[in-house]
Write a protein that binds this ligand. Structure first.
Ligand code: CA
Ligand code: CA
Ligand code: ZN
Length: 408
């Protein structure tokens, strides 16, 4: 390859010869992630990269998810140089491995994503190597790969120290309401009431650490249609997309809410509580652990209450049925991922191919940078399933290929 500047090439390898030497050098690395000390092996940001055409859609989607995590948790950024067809793709050897050189080689380098490497956490892990990190011991490596977990807290600390990241690229604001300054949010003085910074008590725990603080708006007193506005400080977007997850207490259990936003100019956000009939209300509205990130918002959130105790008694055959959701486009679906018939079926395109659902078991650490969520993605395609009478496309209209489920 003739490359003018160092690039990172994310690819599936294409021929066998180079593999043995690569694996040797890869395995002989010291086995957590300890960083290279020599600063000449460090990248300048944004790191230019090319995605090989040999990566399938699912792998490409997972690469973008990994990039999103780097931008959320560090100042590491990536910039595409377009398609690989400009370069001699045949020079890149083939492998079924997930592996990377450690540090920047300054000549351009390949990050290998073989079959089975198309998971966000695996790609995050290989990128950590490319950024200059070794394993501290082998077990950390297998742990992360096996569980498909995000960065550990120590990974983030070391990464941000190595690259002098003082802030992340895409996290705009987060608040647990644990401090009296309520994260610089402002109570409007032109409305009827204020939100109250409330210490929680047993039986009415907050979302951060059970006996912390929430913001509360009492709806059982006052008069109907009275409102209270809680406004953020002014924020400046750096990217085009923003997502806004926050838990809100509805039926005395915390619910995770998300608001997708697209804002190009400076802005602030606000929570407005409005009283209904105080005579018919026994409580109020609680909010806690809000965070504003420039990442994709989940299309649907399924909160499973008492998940830990379900997990204790569950065996391999235990199945929980999710409610039915809609994708932003309009497709109905349920989890364990399958399509479900919905109100929009008549106008949707069928089969629904090249869509990438990602199922995330969300770590609810109040600090979003420390979350170790577990994610799996799949990409819908033209694959089929044989039935007694005919062959069906798996991702075709469920009204034609599905079975009736009265609970959905
Ligand atoms: Ca007020
Ligand atoms: Ca809190
Ligand atoms: Zn590794």
């Amino acid at each position: 390859m003739h490359l003018n500047a160092p690039i990172l090439l994310l690819t599936i390898l294409l021929s066998q010869s180079f593999l043995s030497t690569l694996e040797m050098s890869y395995i002989s690395l010291q086995a957590g992630h300890v960083g290279l000390i020599d600063t000449t092996y460090r990248w300048k940001f944004p790191i230019p990269y090319i995605l090989s055409d040999s990566l399938d859609l699912n792998a490409k989607g997972a690469v973008y998810q990994a990039f999103e995590m780097y931008r959320l948790k560090s100042c590491v950024d990536f910039k595409t140089l377009g398609s690989i067809s400009r370069f001699k793709q045949n020079f890149i050897p083939k492998s079924d491995q997930c592996c990377s050189h450690v540090g920047e080689l300054q000549t351009g380098q390949v990050l290998y994503l073989g079959p089975g490497c198309d998971h966000k956490a695996v790609i995050e892990h290989e990128l950590l190597h490319a950024l200059g990190f070794y394993h501290t011991h082998c077990c950390v490596f297998f742990n992360i790969i096996g569980q498909y977990l995000d960065f550990s807290e120590m990974d983030i600390v070391r990464l941000n120290r190595m690259y002098n990241c003082s802030s992340s690229l895409t996290l705009l604001d987060q608040s647990t309401f644990e401090n009296i300054n309520i994260c610089g949010m402002i109570q409007s003085s032109t409305d009827d009431a204020d939100w109250v910074h409330l210490k929680s008590s047993p039986g009415a725990e907050d979302h951060t650490h059970n006996l912390g603080y929430t913001m509360h708006f009492d709806t059982s007193t006052g008069n109907a249609e009275q409102s209270a506005l809680l406004e953020s400080r002014i924020l400046y977007p750096k990217w085009k997309i923003q997502g806004f997850p926050f838990p809100a207490d509805e039926d005395k259990t915390w619910k995770i809410g998300h608001v997708p936003m697209q804002i190009g100019a400076k802005f602030h956000y606000a929570f407005q509580g409005v009283r209904g009939d105080p005579g018919n209300s026994e409580g109020g509205i609680f909010i806690d652990d809000i965070r504003l990130t420039e990442t994709h918002c989940p299309a649907a959130v399924w909160c499973i209450q008492n998940f830990s105790s379900i997990l204790e008694t569950a065996d391999y055959n235990t199945v929980l049925n999710s409610p039915c959701f809609y994708s932003p486009e309009g497709y109905g679906f349920g989890l364990y991922f399958h399509l479900a018939s919905g109100d929009n079926d008549i106008v949707m395109q069928w089969p629904a191919v090249n869509r990438q659902p990602t199922i995330v078991v969300m770590d609810q650490d109040p600090d979003i940078k420390l979350r170790m969520s577990s994610a799996r993605s799949l990409t819908t395609d033209m694959s089929t399933v044989e039935t007694n009478t005919n062959t069906k496309l798996i991702w075709d209209n469920p009204r034609n290929v599905g079975t009736f489920d009265p609970s959905c």
